[in-house]
Design a protein around this ligand. Structure first.
Ligand code: NAD
Length: 339
């Protein structure tokens, strides 16, 4: 992992040289292509590829794999957000990845892949999709609008919170998650008060990396299972979905997970975990209602039925279909869970 603001291009060229790659495919979405061009000047590029979509539709993954094979690609360089990294992961079974993230999604720090087929998001774990090198350069996130920075940072914060009670939660990944919460809370507030400042964005990237390591180690908890269904089956935008769901899952689980509650509250420097997150979300002007992103209230019963079987047994509190419907109604409206 290489972390130095303003040095992505040098560091990337050095990594491509170290890996002795000669047929490099640079993946970046259309709106990330300017950044990608700036960052990939120090080595020969065999193919620039930009057909990136959220949640990696399987047809796009197949097309990208076919073209990588046709061009005899020996290294994938992905420059962009989680969708761009996700496409690289879908090709990566035979080819290494160097990731240059430009959001706080954290996909670059996990061995988790995701694909969407028939409106269902499939995820799996395979060490071959973990990038061999991650190059962090906070200057590349300066162009991320404040509202998207906030939503993306709360996606990272959700990795930390969910790691506290995910199936393989342990004191080591909980320590990473606690430090991730501290870094993200202070970094995101600095991004909002000074969007052009580099310090807050560096802290947010550092927190995003910690959050990804904690998440990869602990696995997916209740929060991620809910967001997978909302993204895969209903096309909800990833970061904003995480931001709107998180306060409700925390409120649901915290009272039944006293040790996690104490860790999260301490990381926020608040009297309780719920109060700490609520205060942060208000200070950031975070997205709060999924109806604003086109989620249809009528879909709630079906979404609850899709989510229920995926809730891990490790969840600190038993979850019923009624709980999920109430929680989704709160996520939809942005108001606290009723009852
Ligand atoms: P995204 O990659 O779709 O990016 C959101 C938008 O911001 C896009 O239009 C993108 O082009 C633009 N963008 C990215 N960086 C920018 C920058 N610096 N300046 C301006 N615009 C910029 O969204 P995301 O939230 O980063 O990633 C979401 C995807 O990542 C989802 O598919 C999710 O499943 C996946 N993900 C995977 C993991 C994992 O461990 N496998 C973890 C987190 C997220």
């Amino acid at each position: 992992m290489v972390f130095k603001s303003g040095h992505a291009a040098d560091n990337l060229a050095a990594e491509v040289g170290r890996l002795r790659a000669s047929r490099v495919m640079v993946i970046a979405a259309e709106c990330e292509s300017e950044t990608a061009k700036k960052v990939s000047t120090g080595f020969d590029v065999a193919l620039h590829y930009s057909d990136v979509s959220p949640h990696v539709p399987i047809a796009k993954a197949k097309a990208a794999r076919a073209i990588a094979s046709e061009y005899d690609i020996d290294l994938l360089v992905c420059i962009g957000g989680g969708s761009t990294t996700g496409l690289a992961k879908a090709i990566a079974m035979t080819t290494a990845i160097v990731a240059v993230p430009t959001t706080y999604a954290g996909s670059e720090g996990t061995n988790v892949w995701g694909l969407t087929a028939n409106s269902r998001k499939l995820t799996g774990v395979d060490n071959r999709v973990l990038p061999v090198t991650v190059i962090y350069d906070a200057e590349l996130t300066l162009s991320l609008p404040v509202q998207l920075s906030v939503a993306s940072g709360l996606n990272a914060l959700a990795h930390c919170v969910d790691s506290m009670w995910a199936p393989r939660a342990d004191p080591i990944n909980q320590a990473f998650a606690s430090e991730g919460i501290r870094a993200l809370a202070s970094g995101l507030q600095a991004v909002v008060s000074d969007p052009a400042g580099i310090g807050g964005r560096e802290r947010a990237l550092y927190g995003a990396y910690l959050s990804a390591v904690a998440f990869a180690s602990a696995g997916s908890g209740m929060h991620h299972k809910i967001c997978h269904v909302l993204g895969g089956a209903y096309g909800m935008p990833h970061a904003q979905t995480h931001a709107t769901v998180l306060p409700h899952v925390l409120a649901f689980n915290a009272q039944h997970a006293p040790e996690a509650e104490i860790r999260i509250a301490a990381a926020f420097g608040a009297d309780s975990a719920v109060e700490g997150l609520d205060r942060l979300c208000s200070a950031l002007g975070a997205p709060s209602a999924l109806k604003e992103y086109g989620f249809d209230e009528a879909a709630i019963p079906e979404a609850a039925r899709l989510i229920l079987p995926a809730i891990p047994e490790s969840n600190p509190h038993v979850v019923t279909i009624d709980d999920l419907e109430r929680l989704l109604r709160a996520v939809w409206s942005g108001r606290p869970v009723e009852g």
